[in-house]
Design a binder for this molecule. Structure first.
Ligand SMILES: Nc1nc(=O)c2c([nH]1)NC[C@@H]1CN(c3ccc(C(=O)N[C@@H](CCC(=O)O)C(=O)O)cc3)C=[N+]21
Ligand SMILES: [Mg+2]
Length: 293
């Protein structure tokens, strides 16, 4: 172990502290930030995340309600619920937990949530605003990664930042945050994906390597440039009978190899994951402010 650990729990704690103070200030103006979380079905991982979101809201003084729907809920019923939440002034933010069961069209739901309440930053209006560097909601996971880099004073200026993975929720928004012409960004940014030829040749040129491949231990030591900063977005449950829960969490990076080569690395768990929830709290407070201007 040579690499410095980038402790997302510490960064998330510091973000939550400042959100908590903002919430207190807003309450003095009679603004009570509120978040609606919609959970469809019984996916155990989703239930854990949703419970954590509710708990974090409570700790920060944010009002939250979880709406749990049966896994066979129809698109029409879900649309009606979204419309109601869109018009309910108690809720400044709406989050529909992904992934959704097969009968539901995630894209239709993402389009339906009012952009002003889209604290996930998934609505096309917010995606456009991100690319244009306009004020709006930015997806929590990549926004959290930018916070980790800022907290640890890891400069992106002129560096080569490589993203592995082209999802709408991590890879694409991450790329766009990295190259923005602004302080704490200004990287040269590259995105790699399943069709990339000789990916190692590209990742080995990364000063900052952000991995959201969705494949356990996808990035091996030989794909990392010595001294690089490695951000592991992976969150894979791998069966492990030797643990209490019967599984353990592993990232998209082979941690033992990577930590011998990188200068700094995020662990899994305790890296990017806690930041995702912290940034959701940031976005919820921002939504409450916007809606009361
Ligand atoms: N509409 C929507 N918005 C999301 O933001 C969203 C979603 N759907 N679906 C699922 C993903 C995943 N996600 C995580 C949140 C917290 C942790 C987290 O706190 N992870 C802890 C460990 C948690 C554990 O032990 O399972 C850690 O990395 O230390 C991870 C992943 C939010 N997501
Ligand atoms: Mg993590």
């Amino acid at each position: 172990m040579k690499a410095m650990l980038l402790n997302g729990k510490d960064v998330a704690k510091s973000v939550r502290e400042s959100v908590k103070h903002e919430v207190e200030a807003l309450k003095k103006e009679n603004i009570y930030p509120g978040l609606a979380v919609v959970l469809v079905g019984e996916d155990p991982a989703s239930k854990v995340y949703v419970r954590n979101k509710g708990r974090t809201c409570e700790k920060l003084g944010i009002f939250s309600e979880t709406i749990t729907l049966p896994k066979d809920v129809s698109q029409k019923e879900l649309n009606t619920i979204i419309d109601k939440l869109n018009h309910d002034p108690k809720f400044h933010g709406i989050l529909v937990q992904m992934p959704l069961p097969r009968q539901l069209d995630a894209s239709e739901i993402i389009h339906r949530i009012r952009p002003e309440k889209d604290v996930d930053g998934f609505h096309p209006e917010n995606v456009g605003r991100l690319i244009l560097d306009e004020e709006g909601f930015q997806p929590c996971t990549p926004a959290g990664i930018m916070e980790i880099l800022r907290y640890y004073k890891i400069s992106l200026e002129g560096k080569h930042a490589v993203v592995v993975g082209r999802s709408n929720i991590v890879g694409k928004p991450m790329l766009n945050m990295l190259y923005q012409k602004k302080k704490d960004a200004n990287a040269t940014a590259t995105i790699c994906h399943t069709r990339t030829q000789d990916m190692g040749a590209i990742t080995r040129t990364a000063d900052v390597l952000i991995v959201a491949a969705g494949v356990p231990e996808f990035v091996t030591g030989d794909m990392i440039k010595p001294g690089a900063v490695v951000i592991d977005v992976g969150m894979n449950r791998v069966d492990d009978p030797s643990t209490d829960k019967g599984y353990r969490l592993t990232g998209d990076v082979k941690f033992d190899e990577a930590s011998e080569i990188a200068s700094a690395i995020t662990p899994v768990p305790g890296g990017v994951g806690p930041m995702t929830i912290a940034m959701l709290m940031v976005n919820t407070v921002k939504a409450a402010k916007f809606q009361n201007r």
